[in-house]
Design a protein around this ligand. Structure first.
Ligand SMILES: [Zn+2]
Length: 323
């Protein structure tokens, strides 16, 4: 356990050197936290790190680990420590004599903590995430040693489970398999949509069979089960293609929501029909609310069972306005 803390602590020091090398000299430590499971390092930097930068930093730290450089501790007068270029924590008060920890020639820092004696003892270093903690301050959380192996096993486990679910023999084929499955879903969705449209058109055939007229305005009323708001709008468009002068009142329920759409042709609006007014009055019969423009309006109805009553009232309501 103590070695795990040391691994994370020493890597925290190497990480600072790596960040200054990859991102620039503006990087300063704003805080750090080390325990047996992780090292967390907060530093000054003004934008999120790119995946390439993160990889460069990881590679730098792992290179220092593989070089097996000694980690040394010296107790020095503060002036001498400063002359050596030791990094101090900004705003921190130090005494006349300080402890300085060096990782080879890579890092020299004021530090009172316990460390590895050689960088190679860290084994492996892996960044888990990089995020913002405050304006101009980023945080890196990283793991070392066997924790990196556990992370690899977790990844492998996830990939194997995904392979099993997608019935794919190996990892390399996963992206291709996922893409082709998504393409399949899109294709099937398109097919379902066109079948639904065909079914709706078939229903419309019945509706168009016997359409009443009020002063030359065709009144198309229909209850379309299983049709949501989008379906109602599409059906309204089909009616507009078929009739020149019409008022359409379409009701449907889908996913537990009931809607009434009212659509009026321009010529019907000229004769006094107003979709906004009509849909409000018709929906009110079923306890619903809504509104919209003179040519198109939508209302929601809380109780699907009352849609029939609302549609039955539609003709009388429309007749009040169409002159
Ligand atoms: Zn330290």
């Amino acid at each position: 356990l103590r070695m795990a803390i040391r691994r994370n602590h020493t890597c925290c020091h190497i990480l600072q050197a790596a960040l200054r090398e990859v991102l620039g000299e503006h990087v300063h430590q704003c805080g750090s936290y080390v325990d047996a499971n992780q090292c967390r390092f907060d530093f000054s930097h003004f934008s999120a790190m790119t995946p390439e930068e993160l990889q460069k930093v990881e590679n730098y730290v792992n290179k220092v680990i593989l070089e097996a450089v000694p980690v040394t501790t010296e107790v020095l007068p503060i002036e001498e420590a400063k002359k050596k270029g030791a990094m101090a924590l900004f705003g921190e008060k130090y005494g006349d004599v300080v402890r300085v920890v060096s990782v080879g020639d890579y890092s020299t820092e004021f530090c009172g903590g316990t460390h590895l004696t050689n960088s190679s003892q860290a084994g492996l270093f892996k960044i888990v995430f990089e995020t913002s903690v405050a304006s101009g301050v980023r945080r890196i959380q990283a793991i070392t040693g066997m924790a990196v192996m556990s992370m690899l096993y977790d990844y492998k486990d996830t990939l194997e489970k995904t392979c099993a679910v997608l019935r794919t023999p190996n990892f390399d084929e996963l992206p291709h398999r996922a893409e082709s499955l998504l393409a399949e879903v899109r294709e099937k969705n398109a097919k379902i949509e066109s079948m639904e449209q065909a079914a709706a058109n078939a229903k419309l055939g019945d509706i168009f069979a016997d359409v009443p007229e009020i002063n030359g305005v065709k009144l198309v009323c229909a209850k379309l089960d299983g049709m949501g708001a989008d379906g109602l709008r599409k059906t309204g468009d089909s009616i507009a293609e078929k009739f020149d002068c019409f008022v359409a009142v379409l009701a449907g329920t889908a996913d537990g929501k009931s809607n009434i759409l009212c659509k009026c042709s321009k010529s019907a609006v000229e004769k006094g029909a107003n979709a906004g007014t009509l849909v409000r009055e018709i929906a009110a019969v079923a306890g619903g609310k809504g509104g919209g423009k003179p040519d198109s309006a939508m209302a929601g109805v809380p109780d699907a069972a009352k849609l029939g009553a609302a549609l039955d009232a539609a003709k009388d309501i429309a007749a009040k306005y169409i002159k």
